[in-house]
Write a protein that binds this ligand. Structure first.
Ligand code: PMV
Length: 322
């Protein structure tokens, strides 16, 4: 019995739009940085009946989360063992992501679940194959199989066999991420629905795909050269371009709240005065900052409520954790 851990991740070049909604095949490649200690622990064991223990509590089989988890276990089993009768499982899972951070946990959740199922079913898959499976649980989960920078190759094949995460060799341990909570409410439009609506109605969507591919090249180079300015500017521009596609969808989709914009204006003022930090925003109202270790004190004094993350610092995994 082994407990597996996956960190969540933040995209610096976002995934926004699917060319195949069934298989979660994206329109554009994306690139993320892991979230260190913020992630998910999971263990899967054979059992007499399916049960899901989430953060110490047994979930009702009617709950949407329970159904998602066991549908994914079925998918994993059928794809790897080609049989229909999956053995019953007890799955225990726990998030280290504080509910109060407003961060979603599906990326680390499906990644850790994939690792745990691979162990339980003894399928011995490579990380690349596991990434392909995790992608089908939640797109961004395919980038959570590794620590550090991970590129998600959009691939060409219609079966998604070349569409998975690829870890970059570069380690940039001075990078920091800060999370600024704006809202804890569950978003009214899921990222899945938000993407589909944007793809089918936004006049800016065509431009998005090209912009993202271009940003990806720039960010990959910035990572190689450890050029923080270029990394930050490009990541911030990419996130805002993604939100522009949503705002221009018909009807408009805007995940921001007034405080989201207040944080952006505040950051831009501080940056004009010399603070070296940039923002990124996912499909929600919360703001994440990117900065270097040397700015930590300045960031803390400007944003006293910020949750600091060291992308490369993983928690230790021990058996009693679940
Ligand atoms: O993986 P999903 O379906 O939760 O979609 C993630 C979408 C964004 O967070 C907005 C962007 C990304 O690349 O993580």
């Amino acid at each position: 019995m082994t407990v597996f851990y996956s960190p969540s991740n933040i995209a610096l070049v976002k995934y926004w739009g699917k060319r195949d909604p069934q298989l979660n095949l994206p329109t554009n490649s994306s690139l993320s940085l892991s979230l260190g200690q913020l992630g998910t622990y999971t263990e899967a064991l054979f059992s007499d009946e399916d049960e899901l223990i989430f953060n110490g509590e047994r979930l009702n089989s009617e709950s949407a989360f329970y159904q998602k988890v066991f549908q994914f276990a079925d998918l994993f089993y059928q794809h790897t063992l080609f049989k229909n009768n999956r053995p019953k499982l007890t799955i225990k899972t726990k998030n280290t992501i504080p509910t109060a951070s407003g961060l979603a946990s599906s990326a680390s959740g499906f990644s850790a679940l994939t690792l745990a199922l691979n162990d339980c079913f003894q399928t011995h898959l490579s990380h690349q194959q596991l990434s392909i499976l995790a992608r089908q649980g939640s797109g961004s989960a395919c980038r959570s199989l590794w620590t550090g920078f991970v590129k998600w190759e959009k691939g060409q094949q219609s079966d998604g066999s070349d569409c998975h995460g690829v870890p970059l060799e570069s380690h940039w341990t001075d990078l920091r991420i800060g999370i600024l909570k704006v809202s804890l409410a569950e978003k009214s439009v899921s990222s899945r629905n938000g993407m589909n609506h944007t793809v089918s109605t936004s006049p800016l969507y065509e431009v998005w795909a090209k912009t993202a591919e271009n940003d990806l090249k720039i960010i990959e180079n910035a990572i190689k050269n450890q050029d923080f300015q270029t990394l930050g500017q490009t990541a911030e521009g990419n996130a805002l371009a993604m939100h522009a596609t949503m705002i221009s969808a018909r009807p408009a989709l805007c995940y921001w709240q007034a405080q989201t914009l207040d944080y952006l204006h505040y950051l831009w003022r501080l940056r004009a005065d010399g603070l070296n930090a940039y923002a990124t925003i996912d499909a929600g109202a919360n703001v994440k900052l990117l900065f270097l270790n040397q700015e930590v004190e300045a960031i803390k004094s400007a944003f006293p409520d910020i949750l600091m993350v060291q992308p490369y610092e993983l928690p230790s995994v021990h058996h009693g954790i679940l």
